[in-house]
Design a protein around this ligand. Structure first.
Ligand SMILES: [Zn+2]
Length: 414
């Protein structure tokens, strides 16, 4: 009898455990990728899905939706390589519209079966049915369209189409600032997401556009003199599908500025650029760096293998360091010289980058650079949607000052 009771007890415990496990569901959700290795009791073993990434490469971006009974903690475990940022994972309770960092102190590191492992506790809050977790906040087309809807009809802003992506999506091309071609003294090209996962860069791009449209002194400088052409999503499919996009096989969008580009977005951008030739006065290609460590802990410009454009970049960096007002502090010295850290010739062998192309296509431009904005932390300041937007506004403020100095004065002479 006692044996029978013990057997029934074990059976009930097993049923309860199985029942709980089946109530935990993890899928990619919107704009995500995840490989679920196994769910045992209240622990889920997961990894970033390496789909479409070149063989031998690994990238850290992941994003998933957790559905589970409210207030039931679920331990999320990654093994092998650490795909958690310095402020832990980001999470969203509103389907990905807004995000918070869980906190770096919420990540536990340990060893499992002789492998390094990292975990955090996920939990669907009371009265909710799901929560999104991701390496970093999302910025997808829905975010851009929400921002566009906030703009007043009178704003000097036009939304057009650069092209269709390979999967048929509209790739937005935004015009802002001085829309009168006859009056505009030049055009600034602003791009992000040739690496699909680098969402913080697009928050900065949005902030830049907000500064251009603002009803203040900086906004008026833009609107009177300079046109901005922005492509927020250079890899539109990658952004919407939730890919990393970095090191995409056979090469990624930022190595595609070649004679025969693979990706329609890059082909269309190059064609548009060729038609603008002497009008382009600056090209700013926005990125996010590696997860952590030196140079990944600050916003910085990537130095070109080109003395003249290096000097122009340094000049812009000096203006930005002086003119900035946002919480993410940029220092004048945060320009990564060519030949330093990862920025060497071997990194660029797969094809031309946006900045490589732009320096050749627009040799008279005042600035051609790519920028790396950290995902989570810049010199101790939290990178989030608001601080990244503020950084974008600082980029706009500094650039219009530089352009006005360099271009307006000579042109106004008789
Ligand atoms: Zn990038």
């Amino acid at each position: 009898m006692r044996a029978l009771i013990r057997f029934l007890g074990i059976l009930l415990a097993l049923m309860a455990a199985t029942g709980r496990a089946s109530e935990i569901q993890i899928d990619t959700g919107p704009g995500g990728n995840i490989t679920v290795q196994r769910i045992v009791d209240q622990t889920a073993w997961v990894a970033p899905d390496q789909r479409d990434i070149q063989a031998g490469q690994w990238w850290f971006y992941w994003s998933f939706r957790l559905r589970a009974p409210a207030e039931t903690p679920v331990k999320i475990v990654f093994t092998g390589q650490n795909p958690l940022g310095v402020r832990g994972p980001a999470y969203s309770l509103d389907g990905g519209a807004t995000w918070q960092w869980l906190g770096g102190d919420k990540v536990e590191s340990f060893r499992h079966e002789d492998q390094p492992a990292w975990s955090f506790e996920a939990c669907v809050p009371q009265a909710a049915s799901e929560v999104l977790y991701a390496f970093c906040p999302h910025y997808r087309a829905a975010h851009l369209h929400a921002w566009l809807e906030q703009q007043t009809p009178a704003s000097p802003l036009e939304v057009g189409e650069l092209c269709r992506s390979r999967q048929g999506r509209v790739v937005e091309l935004i015009r802002a600032g001085c829309l009168d071609q006859a009056r505009a003294r030049g055009t600034v090209l602003l791009t992000s997401r040739s690496h699909a996962c680098e969402a913080m860069a697009t928050y900065a791009l949005e902030g830049f556009l907000s500064a251009v449209l603002a009803d203040d002194a900086c906004g008026r400088q833009w609107q009177q003199n300079w046109e901005v052409l922005a492509v927020p999503f250079l890899d539109k499919d990658g952004v919407e599908n939730g890919d990393s996009g970095k090191n995409r096989a056979p090469h990624d969008h930022n190595r595609d500025y070649n004679e025969q580009p693979l990706y329609p977005e890059i082909a269309a951008l190059m064609k548009r650029g060729a038609a603008l030739q002497d009008r382009i006065v600056a090209v700013l290609d926005l990125h996010c760096p590696w997860i952590r460590g030196e140079w990944n802990d600050r916003a910085y410009f990537v130095g070109p293998n080109h003395a003249e454009f290096w000097n122009k970049q340094r000049r812009y960096a000096a203006i930005l360091a002086r003119a900035q007002t946002g919480p993410l502090r940029f220092r004048e010295e945060d320009c990564l010289p060519f030949g330093t850290a990862w920025n060497t010739g071997s990194n660029w062998q797969q094809g031309k980058s946006c900045a490589d192309w732009a320096r050749e296509a627009f040799p008279r431009a005042e600035l051609v650079t790519s920028l790396e904005l950290p995902y989570a932390d810049a010199l101790g300041a939290e990178v989030n949607a608001d601080s990244a937007r503020a950084f974008g506004r600082d980029l706009a403020r500094a650039l219009v000052e530089m352009l006005d100095q360099q271009r307006i004065a000579p042109l106004e002479e008789p």
